[in-house]
Design a protein around this ligand. Structure first.
Ligand SMILES: Nc1ncnc2c1ncn2[C@@H]1O[C@H](COP(=O)(O)OP(=O)(O)OP(=O)(O)O)[C@@H](O)[C@H]1O
Ligand SMILES: [Mg+2]
Length: 366
């Protein structure tokens, strides 16, 4: 499992970088060919394919637990309610979805987007187990564990269950269900990453995925996620609002990435936004440039680079130009633990709009 995780994470990371170059260039091309409807259609097709690839790498990274989770309080009842339409459309008309939501609010500490994906994956699994139709029950409850239980520590949990009346799993299948790439579905129908991704996510959130099933009597999948003690209302009232000014005033940017493809596409995006860009391909090269010429408004650097990491570059650059705004771009969360970077983060792959947004945040000191 460990080895597969490392391999998958590595492949997904590199793949993510490639997609970043593809997406970035297509986006720019899209802008420049807006007058040609045929070209626009072709480019939109290519963009869609690249985005699908990006969402697949997100799943792979989730499985390898290298994903950048945006953890915060999530109201599970609302999440299920908001997903109702999408779930209905995903299962088709032969399957009824019933939801059992408690009157109390169940708020957990999680990543809302990833949790939505997980729920959708469980619902799709339930659908696949009921080719002749049936019903799926989605239930929610809050559980207080007085003491440690299995892989869960004591405390409060939100438990989201997806219960189907499908064909179920025999013991051997149940045992392997969460193994990455294990699938009983025909070629092209399943990658076998759904449950392993959910399992990875649950673990990353200090929760757990529990499966109960028997041949012929359906399956129950339970997602246990630690309850949140943050005050959700207080958070919801003061969302961070950032308006990207359409015309950012031109800035002088130092862009650092060891990957030439990415550096190139990022430079193109920045130039297209009207900025003046100097490019470096290692931390040391960046430092050399800064020593010769300190007239930069912003530094954008990759995190994982051979020799000097983005984190080390930040420290070194600050020593040369105190207070210079910086952004760090990284494809996954594994900034080594203990590394606290007080600079803005840009998740790869990023779009030109996200880039513009993060730049305006960095420059306004957020
Ligand atoms: N609700 C269920 N009922 C019966 N079998 C299930 C159910 N959920 C999962 N399984 C079994 O576990 C296997 C692995 O599930 P998983 O979601 O990880 O992969 P998949 O559904 O085959 O492919 P993917 O989710 O990547 O498209 C399935 O192929 C199926 O055999
Ligand atoms: Mg699945």
């Amino acid at each position: 499992m460990e080895a597969i995780g490392q391999l998958t994470g590595g492949v997904a990371h590199d793949f993510n970088n490639l997609l970043m170059a593809v997406l970035g260039n297509l986006e720019l091309l899209h802008k420049h060919t807006a007058h040609d409807p045929k070209a626009v259609r072709l480019i939109e097709g290519a963009l869609q394919g690249a985005r699908r690839g990006a969402s697949l790498t997100q799943r792979l990274l989730a499985f390898a637990r290298r994903q950048d989770l945006q953890v915060g309080p999530v109201n599970l009842g609302n999440l299920v309610g908001d997903m109702a339409d999408l779930m209905k459309r995903s299962v088709g008309s032969g399957i009824i979805i019933e939801t059992n939501l408690p009157a109390v609010q169940v708020v957990v500490q999680a990543d809302a987007n990833q949790l939505e994906l997980a729920l959708l994956n469980l619902v799709v699994n339930a659908r696949d187990a009921m080719p002749a139709g049936g019903s799926i029950r989605i239930a929610l409850r809050q559980v207080s564990l007085p003491s440690e239980k299995g892989d869960l520590t004591s405390g409060d949990y939100g438990v989201l269950s997806v219960i189907d009346s499908g064909h179920g799993m025999d013991e051997a299948t149940l045992e392997k269900a969460i193994v990455p790439f294990f699938s009983t579905k025909e070629l092209g129908k399943g990658t076998g990453l759904g449950l392993s991704m959910i399992h990875g996510l649950a673990h990353q959130l200090n929760g757990s995925l529990k499966l109960a099933s028997a041949l012929g009597s359906g399956t129950t999948a339970e997602l246990w996620i630690p309850a949140s003690d943050e005050n959700q209302v207080a958070k919801a009232v003061s969302p961070q609002q950032h308006v990207v000014s359409e015309n950012q005033s031109p800035k002088r940017v130092l862009l650092v990435d060891d990957d030439f493809l990415i550096a190139m596409s990022s430079v193109d995006m920045l130039t297209d936004l009207g900025h003046e860009v100097v490019e470096a391909h290692s931390g040391l090269e960046a430092i050399e440039i800064l020593k010769r010429d300190a007239r930069f408004d912003l530094i954008i650097t990759d995190y994982s680079m051979p020799g000097m990491t983005g984190g080390e570059l930040i420290v070194a650059a600050r020593a040369l130009i105190p207070g210079i705004p910086m952004l760090i771009a990284s494809g996954y969360a594994d900034l080594p633990s203990g590394v606290e970077l007080d600079v803005g983060r840009l998740g790869k792959p990023y779009t030109q709009q996200q880039l513009a947004l993060e730049i305006s945040k960095a420059l306004s000191g957020h």
